[in-house]
Write a protein that binds this ligand. Structure first.
Ligand SMILES: NC(=O)c1ccc[n+]([C@@H]2O[C@H](COP(=O)([O-])OP(=O)(O)OC[C@H]3O[C@@H](n4cnc5c(N)ncnc54)[C@H](OP(=O)(O)O)[C@@H]3O)[C@@H](O)[C@H]2O)c1
Length: 265
């Protein structure tokens, strides 16, 4: 990096976010670490500052709280050193959208949808006029396979994937790179936090968090818009993208498609 740059990482106190913090500090970034648990963030910041000599700031925020979320948006707007946003904080329901209390579903949407959208928007507004910057959004393979897990969680991740692809189309030409990362099952606390036993998963489908983040960063280095670390053969994914893009010019028409024409019409 020619100049010292800063990465702001949400959900940096544990799991994927804490691992991004480690890897990005070692790549030479200063960091702003965001999550609720101040003592965990401070311990990580102390360790990484000691090991890497980077400047590591802690910004405690509950991203489901609109006022606290606004403080993070302001940091993105006001700190010109921030060149990378890792929109990582997220949660999974204990139960499903069909069984969980409404308050839990609202919290899921606040953290997995509203927060990353407003933070990506704040980053886009800051980065695009500078003609540089990177937005990494942590989605999930469940964006592509909602039948495998809770529909509510999967839908939030489909939202993040669509947001990333649309934003990449909108601001990619202005020098801002947008990447969606789609992890499969990864060994972190998210499972226990949502009442699930990660050790009950078959070992062959569970990725270690260091491997996931290293692969996601390799995808970023390759300039990918969508990175799917567990997908070995990406032929099907590439074909799906080609088919999806080929559909685009066919999706708005004055005439109703023949199969929907009623005899009365
Ligand atoms: N692990 C997987 O299998 C997997 C698979 C696909 C996608 N993902 C996605 O990866 C991302 C990271 O998850 P993870 O697996 O690393 O989970 P994790 O270990 O549970 O970490 C979640 C992080 O988000 C923070 N967080 C939770 N609620 C928050 C809130 N209200 N405000 C601010 N920060 C909050 C947590 O910190 P505090 O508690 O300190 O706030 C923690 O740092 C999520 O978006 C998740 O959906 C995970």
């Amino acid at each position: 990096m020619p100049h010292r740059q800063t990465a702001l990482i949400t959900g940096a106190s544990a799991g994927i976010g804490a691992t991004y913090a480690d890897r990005l500090a070692r790549r030479g970034y200063d960091l702003v670490l965001v999550a609720r648990d101040g003592s965990r963030l401070a311990a990580l910041a102390d360790r990484l500052a000691g090991e890497t000599g980077r400047r590591i700031d802690v910004l405690r925020a509950d991203l489901t709280d609109r006022t606290q979320l606004a403080r993070v948006e302001e940091r993105l707007a006001d700190d010109p050193a921030i060149a990378l946003l890792v929109n990582n904080a997220g949660l999974s329901l204990d139960g499903t959208v069909a069984t969980a209390p409404a308050v839990d579903i609202e919290r899921l949407i606040a953290l997995n949808v509203t927060a990353p959208t407003l933070l990506a928007a704040a980053a886009a507004r800051a980065f695009a006029p500078r003609g540089t910057g990177t937005i990494v959004n942590i989605a999930s393979v469940l964006a592509l396979a909602p039948e495998l897990f809770d529909a509510g969680y999967s839908a939030t991740k489909a939202f993040v994937l669509t947001l990333s692809q649309g934003l990449a189309a909108e601001i990619g030409g202005k020098g801002v790179h947008v990447q969606a990362v789609l992890p499969g099952a990864t060994r972190t606390e998210i499972w226990e936090r949502s009442g699930k036993d990660v050790n009950a998963l078959p070992a062959e489908i569970l990725m270690e968090v260091g491997d996931l983040v290293d692969a996601a960063l390799a995808g970023l280095d390759r300039g990918e818009t969508v990175t799917i670390p567990p997908l070995h053969d990406d032929t099907g994914w590439q074909a799906m993208q080609r088919e999806r893009l080929a559909l685009a010019p066919l999706l708005s028409r004055r005439e109703v498609a023949p199969r929907y024409r009623t005899s009365a019409g």
